[in-house]
Design a protein around this ligand. Structure first.
Ligand code: GLC
Length: 453
């Protein structure tokens, strides 16, 4: 979209009209993007090039017979969770104990995800959480969900290719992740905890769904980050089907608007994770903040209420988040009174007009809707790749805060799929797979145990 667009807007109505053009994807846009996505899948798989890494997981779907007690570590970048699970087979499991800790303390007493921390410190923190959950003289097999791109050489060995989601911890890129975890466990004398499997969170989500659903063949996260995996029937260098982690957040054959470019330029890794930066919870609040600041600077929004953007609380990058977007979209009172008080409390603007508040609502829903429709384009690319005529049933297992909690998000995904697939849409089910990462790690550990025997 041309940069001059918003500058030419003379009032809020024409500004919203311009933003609509910037953020709306038509049905044919979805189809076009899905074709590009499918092409990128093939390039990544067979030619090792293009934006999709197409990383082998060394796993296929579970049989449903996996049983036993397993420890799971779920490391996604915001929190680390440790879970003790009992798998009973046939899709049944019990969560026996669990613990979750943020990786960055809100009050600033520690931060394991900034460049100040090292990998050794980060994994020592994770080992300390494990220590708090287990009983000293029991032996545990551990499955590790590590939600970043890794180059895997077997089910238990994966090197971090690069951090995503703005994580910057030193001395982890290029290292064997379960090797680092094992070292940290041994330093604490925890020789009874044995890491046996490492997976991506998308793979965990797919494993958890497939533990009880034979049609599950795509796993996806729509949360702080965004990524999907699927079962590739004909992977290169293997006679068996295999789950492939696409790292689809790095897809970049898209058209970007000025806000996408602004966000990307100021990010930790410009040029990388372009789809994720348009879609994921970590970024969509920032996209909305950039739009609002632009409207304010151009004196189109709150012109008589804010003298200069430099005094305004919204000038701080990433101070608006996906929860705020949910809140803004969710005020259905006739006069937007909830939003009125929220704007007064959070931004210090006490006399916002109905028009201004409804503009905020429109922006939030434009950003949310584009996110969900882009996600659908990638699902369509995968579906077309594995079953071009949709001759069989598929379940897309989805986890993550956007899909679970953002008002309208899950519905928007469903209706975009229906819009493109028409009469074939009932071949595709969407399934919220809550805590797939934790459960999937236990299932992967059980599968790894079967390999060892
Ligand atoms: C980021 C990571 C990816 C993960 C996703 C969701 O995109 O690179 O591995 O699956 O976030 O957590």
């Amino acid at each position: 979209m041309e940069q001059k667009g918003l500058s030419e807007a003379s009032d809020l109505t024409s500004a919203v009209h311009y933003l609509n053009k910037c953020f709306t994807l038509s049905t044919s846009d979805l189809v076009q993007i899905s074709k590009e996505f499918q092409r990128a899948m093939t390039e990544g798989l067979f030619e090792n090039k293009g934006p999709l890494k197409m990383l082998p997981s060394f796993l296929t779907t579970p049989t449903g017979k996996e049983k036993g007690q397993f420890l799971s570590v779920d490391f996604g970048g915001t929190n680390v969770r440790v879970l003790l699970l009992e798998l009973h087979g046939c899709g049944k499991l019990t969560l026996k104990r669990w613990k979750s800790m943020p990786l960055r303390d809100r009050n600033g007493s520690y931060d394991y995800v900034s460049e100040k921390a090292t990998g050794a410190e980060l994994f020592d923190f994770i080992a300390s959480q494990i220590e708090n959950l287990i009983i000293a003289d029991e032996v545990y097999s551990l499955g590790h969900t590590f939600s970043f791109p890794t180059r895997q050489t077997n089910i238990n060995k994966a090197e971090l290719i690069n951090w995503t989601k703005e994580i910057k911890t030193r001395s982890v890129e290029g290292r064997d992740i379960n090797g680092l975890l094992t070292e940290a466990l041994h330093k604490r004398g925890l020789h009874n905890v044995k890491p046996v499997a490492i997976i991506n969170d998308t793979v965990g989500t797919l494993l958890a769904a497939a533990y009880c659903d034979p049609y599950a063949d795509i796993g996806s996260i729509c949360g702080t980050g965004h990524n999907s995996c699927y079962i590739e029937p004909n992977p290169p260098n293997s006679y068996h089907s295999q789950i492939i982690n696409m790292e689809s957040g790095n897809f970049d054959r898209l058209s970007f608007n000025i806000y996408d470019d602004m966000l990307d330029r100021a990010s930790a890794k410009p040029g990388k994770q372009r789809l994720e930066k348009m879609v994921a919870g970590h970024y969509i609040g920032e996209l909305m903040r950039l739009i609002i600041c632009d409207l304010i600077e151009k004196k189109l929004l709150f012109p008589d209420k804010i003298a200069s953007i430099s005094d305004f609380s919204l000038r701080k990058p990433y101070c608006l988040n996906a929860k705020d977007i949910s809140f803004i979209m969710n005020d259905n009172t006739p006069n937007l009174t909830k939003l009125h008080s929220w704007v007064a409390k959070n931004w210090g603007i006490k006399d916002s007009s109905y028009k201004e508040l409804s503009t905020l609502k429109s922006i939030a829903s434009l950003v949310m809707k584009r996110s969900s429709r882009l996600v659908v384009s990638s699902y369509l690319g995968v579906l077309h790749h594995i079953d071009s005529s949709l001759s069989r049933k598929h379940t897309i297992a989805i986890d993550g805060s956007l899909y679970e909690k953002m008002p309208g998000y899950a519905n928007s995904i469903r209706s975009a799929l229906d819009e493109v697939l028409g009469g074939k849409a009932n071949q595709v089910s969407l399934k919220l797979t809550k805590d797939g990462s934790g459960q999937g790690a236990a299932i992967a550990a059980a599968i790894a145990g079967t390999f060892v025997k």
